[in-house]
Ligand binder design. Structure first.
Ligand code: DX5
Ligand code: ZN
Length: 216
């Protein structure tokens, strides 16, 4: 199980040191929550902060950018430039954004690409894209804020995706994000998830290494 601490829950006064603290504690990836204040009701940070994180960690550190923005098609090049490894954006923007073209452009730039699914969105929305994806992100909270409670009903979506992946011999990763600690990690694994995003339960734990080990 890959564990991706969300930098949203770190101490922003020393974001580079916080990124290294997570890696020293056993983080596999670092998850970067980008919020534009319109797609979600919060504003976090953008490409310049992602570049600062990139420059604060060893060059082989895998940076996973989760874009909660209205226009991922407009903004993705700035995250490519910032040096992230994965760019995930939301399937809810399907009517306004050419998801296929954006996924293809991200992959053509040499990065991995994913689509995210909100708790209220049926998983069927992402099925037509599975062959073009490196990852599907199943949100287990309404995006916008850390520290919310895990919504167990989304586990059914993970089971469905795992089944589709098996049936069609695909290899995309299944990531879950929101309200995840050791107790939820077991349920996520059982359902078929490969990567867990965890903010509060890692950065705010008294012992981050123990928290990450417990989730694994
Ligand atoms: C929610 C973000 C999550 C969040 C996770 O909008 O996408 O990544 O920071 O934080 P916790 O683990 O505290 O729910
Ligand atoms: Zn996230």
């Amino acid at each position: 199980m890959l564990i991706a601490p969300s930098m949203l829950a770190c101490d922003f006064r020393s974001i580079g040191a916080e990124a290294r603290r997570a890696l020293d504690a056993g983080a596999d990836w670092l998850h970067l929550d980008v919020m534009d204040g319109t797609f979600v009701d919060n504003i976090s940070f953008g490409p310049d902060i992602c570049a600062a994180i990139r420059n604060s960690v060893p060059s082989d550190t895998y940076l996973d950018a989760h874009l909660m923005v209205m226009a991922p098609d407009h903004y993705y090049p700035r995250f490519v430039k910032a040096g992230v490894n994965m760019i995930t954006f939301h399937v809810e923007r399907e009517a306004e954004v050419d998801l296929r073209a954006t996924l293809a452009a991200i992959r053509a730039a040499g990065l991995q690409a994913g689509l995210a699914v909100n708790p209220a969105t049926p998983v069927d929305k992402v099925l037509p894209y599975l062959a073009e994806l490196d990852m599907v992100l199943i949100m287990s909270v309404v995006p916008g804020f850390g520290g919310q409670s895990f919504m167990p009903h989304v586990l059914d979506k993970v089971r469905r995706l795992a089944e589709e992946r098996r049936k069609n011999s695909l290899s995309f990763l299944i990531q879950m994000d929101g309200g995840i600690g050791a107790a939820q990690a077991a349920l996520c694994r059982e359902a078929g998830a490969d990567c867990l995003v965890a903010g509060s339960s890692t950065f705010r734990a008294p012992d981050m290494a123990a928290a990450i080990a417990a989730m694994k």
